[in-house]
Write a protein that binds this ligand. Structure first.
Ligand code: PLP
Length: 395
């Protein structure tokens, strides 16, 4: 089954069958190619591979059939020419910047991105002469004002973590075109099952496959998705620098893609039920979930997403003490900063995922001391509510 065959298939079918070329063994499930290199029949053929007269597998830092299947399937799901797999989500973001920007360029990034993305921008990318500015995700005027003559890239994550703010991707894409720069969207929270940013005009999508694409908390990985032209320098960086995806992880992610649609719908359905339930609790001050009609991002989420995803956050009455007691009283939920797992996770963002921000930055970003984030898993919703009741019992 090649990518061409998948052109007439729907999302769920591509997620299961896209991009695969069966070997001579007629295996039904995708083969896992655990090999670092590939042999040449003779010296003449070897020489032709090395001077690009022949194309094919040479070494697994350049290409691997299992990784390639994952890349082709993901590209088809995002509606792109090409996806390139990376060793983690952070390696995906690094590869985009290293592949497409140079010293003297300027990147505008939404303030509400993943914590390590900010660390990467501030500590590493800026060290190589790329200037970074931060703006408010949902304020298009803020983005526009930040544009400089040397701006080459707009980078955002939508919906945001943990407040579920939603960027207007179409407006950002228009701004990027007008300023002759690229719009890059971290699509980790929605995955292509719920949102395909290229359809709204984005140029590049980055993923942490570690989250929902795996979906069961096993492997680290990432991907960069876009046109052949934009991916060429990204692939060039990856092949020489080496943060490529392992074949084993690609095989796990292929299995993840097969159930992605079903899982994203189940995560979203439970998250909405939970958000509505939390809203009715006396001890809850506010629930942040874009599936709620009163959420500031609701209309945009309805427009550009197929559902609202599995992550929500809520403020409890009291401060850090109440939030910590609440979390520590839960029994089934996993206290971990990860998300996109079949197991529901709970975390206190102010003291963990967002602890590197100053308290002023945190309050500007709405990460209050009484805020709790839940990434809703696939357990029975009754058990998730029952576990949260232990928390409500102690505040
Ligand atoms: C986890 C995460 C990343 C980083 O991915 P890794 O696989 O951990 O490197 C990037 N963006 C978002 C939104 C994430 O949640």
């Amino acid at each position: 089954m090649t990518i061409k065959d998948s052109e007439n298939m729907h999302f769920e079918s591509i997620a299961i069958r896209g991009g695969y070329r069966r070997t001579q063994e007629n295996e039904h499930s995708e083969a896992l190619f655990l090999t670092s290199s590939y042999i040449f029949e003779n010296c003449d053929i070897a020489a032709k591979y090395f001077n690009n007269e022949l194309q094919g597998n040479v070494y697994s830092r350049y290409s691997n059939p299992t990784v390639r299947t994952f890349e082709e399937r993901l590209a088809a799901l995002e509606g792109a020419d090409r996806a390139v797999a990376t060793s983690s989500g952070m390696a995906a973001t690094l590869s985009v910047v290293m592949g497409l920007l140079s010293a003297g360029d300027h990147i505008i990034c939404s303030r509400e991105v993943f914590g390590s993305t900010i660390t990467l921008m501030d500590n590493t990318i800026s060290k190589f002469g790329v200037e970074v500015s931060y703006v408010a995700l949902t304020d298009i005027n803020d983005w526009e004002k930040a544009i400089k003559p040397h701006t080459k890239m707009l980078f955002c994550e939508s919906p945001s973590n943990p407040l579920n703010e939603v960027a207007d991707l179409e407006a950002l894409a228009a701004l990027a075109r007008q300023a002759n720069c690229l719009l890059v969207v971290d699509n980790c929270f929605c995955t292509p099952a719920l949102q395909r940013p290229l359809e709204w005009g984005a140029d590049i999508v980055v993923h942490s496959a570690t989250k929902y694409i795996d979906g069961q908390g096993r492997c680290l990985g990432g991907a960069v998705v876009g046109s052949d032209e934009l991916m060429a320098p990204v692939i060039g960086f990856l092949r020489s620098a080496g943060p490529t995806m392992s074949a084993f992880n690609a095989w796990v992610f292929l299995k993840g893609l097969e159930t992605l649609s079903l899982r994203m719908r189940a995560h979203s359905a439970s998250a909405l039920q939970l958000a509505l339930w939390l809203e009715k609790k006396d001890q809850v001050v506010k629930v942040n979930y874009s599936g709620l009609k009163k959420h500031s991002g609701h209309a945009l989420a309805c427009k550009q997403q197929d559902d609202f995803g599995g992550v929500l956050s809520f403020q409890v009455r009291g401060g850090r003490d109440a939030a910590w007691r609440f979390i520590d009283a839960t029994q089934m939920l996993s206290l971990t900063a990860n998300l996109g797992d079949s197991k529901t996770t709970i975390v206190h963002p102010a003291s963990t995922t967002h602890s590197r921000l100053t308290s002023d930055q945190r309050s500007a970003a709405g990460i209050t001391e009484n805020l709790i984030r839940v990434a809703v898993g696939l357990e029975n919703i009754k058990d998730i509510k029952r576990d949260l009741e232990f928390g409500f019992g102690v505040i």
